[in-house]
Every structure is written in structure tokens, then in C-alpha cells.
Design a binder for this molecule. Sequence first.
Ligand code: SAH
Ligand code: DHB
Ligand code: MG
Length: 210
Amino acid sequence: MNLSDDQYVESLYAEDIDLARVKAGLAANGMRDISVHAGYGRLLTMLVEMSGASELLEIGALGGYSGICLARGLGGGGTLTSLELIPEYAEVARVHMEAAGLGDKVTYYVGDAKESLEKLKQEERSFDFFFIDADKEGYPIYLEYALSMAKSGAVIVGDNILLRGRTTNPDKQGPAVQAVRAFNEAIASDERLRSTIIPGYDGLAIAIVK
Ligand code: SAH
Ligand code: DHB
Ligand code: MG
């Protein structure tokens, strides 16, 4: 039997101990593993490093998988602010970030990301990299907050823009699907952004603020 393309690509990479620890920790805590795909995790590290971003904002922490990938791209002094609804998940993520030697770079805000974003905005915080990966209904709002707190040249990335086939299925008209379609349309057409949308895995939107 051939390996799938995905299996083949993953077979080229050595096991990543810090990320394997996240996967084991998710299972041990009975959390569904909906971490970003490994290939996109590697891309997140590269995008942070290539952009030189130093203030990162993640929306949706889960067990810290994407947090590790993002923080690995930081130079000295850079920080990750991570928003997570569920306190127990933020704690699991923090443990995994610490185990990866990245605990000093991350600050968690627990609660609904919309409230955390409003608070950060009131404090006039700004960021140069955003990773949007929480509840899909919130994506258009998260994009507007990102634009309102973005430094010029900031990078905005959104995961799961294909919703495992639901985005392109006209029979699917629920709030998450409609919100992700609106998000994708904004990513592609908003004149404040330069962007691309990659249809691999579950889809990834990548934009920079002009
Ligand atoms: N970025 C993570 C995966 C995130 S899964 C990774 O790749 O490793 C989505 C996460 O968003 C879950 O942990 C969920 O609890 C969180 N979430 C869902 N709704 C939210 C909300 N309204 N505010 C903040 N976080 C939310
Ligand atoms: C799913 C996957 C994700 O990466 C996510 O952020 C949310 C949900 C999923 O496959 O259901
Ligand atoms: Mg995701």
C-alpha cells in the first residue's frame, strides 16, 4: 500500500517531542485533538520567523500545539497572547508551553475571546501576527478585531476555512458555515489585505495588512 501524500510528507520529519507531548496530553485530558495540522504548524513557525513578528495574538489555545508552533518563530523578547474560552484548556496549554521551554513567552486570557479582544483593544494593544482558530461563528468578528489592532504589515492567519467540506456544500447554511464563508470573502476582497487561501488539509487563509 502506498502512503497517502500526507503520510509521506509527515514520514520525512522526525518526531517532534514537544508537539507529541501536546497530543498525549490532549488524549490524557479527554480533549478532542483538533490541533492545527502538522504541516500548517510548521508553516506558522516559518511565517512568524519570516515576518519578524514580535507580538503574536492567538485566538483558541486548546492544548498549546499552535501556541508552541507560533512561539518557536519568535526572536528574543517576543510574546504570545493567547485567548481561550475554557480555563482547564488554557491550563493544559500552559503546561505544554512550559514543557517546551516557551512558558515565559505566553500570557493566557481566559473567557470568551470577544470580551478579551475588547479588553485588549481598550488597552490600545497592537499585534503584528494573528492566528484565528476558535469558534467558527466568531471568525468575521475576530477578523475585524485583528484589523483594528494590527500594526502595518501584520500577518493574519485563519485555520479551517473549508470546515471539512461544509464551506462548499450549498446544503449547509448554519451560522458557523455562513460566518466562515463571510470571513473567506473578506479575506479575499477586503482592500486592506493582500491574501491567499490554501485549500490543503482543512484550508488556511493567510493575509497581510497593507
Ligand atoms: N489553536 C489550537 C486549536 C484550537 S481548537 C491548536 O491548533 O493547537 C479551538 C479552541 O477555541 C478550543 O480550545 C475552544 O475551547 C476555543 N474556543 C471556542 N470558542 C471560543 C471563544 N468564544 N473564545 C475563546 N476560545 C474559544
Ligand atoms: C475542527 C478542527 C479545528 O482545527 C478547529 O479549530 C475546530 C474544529 C474540527 O475538525 O472539527
Ligand atoms: Mg483549527
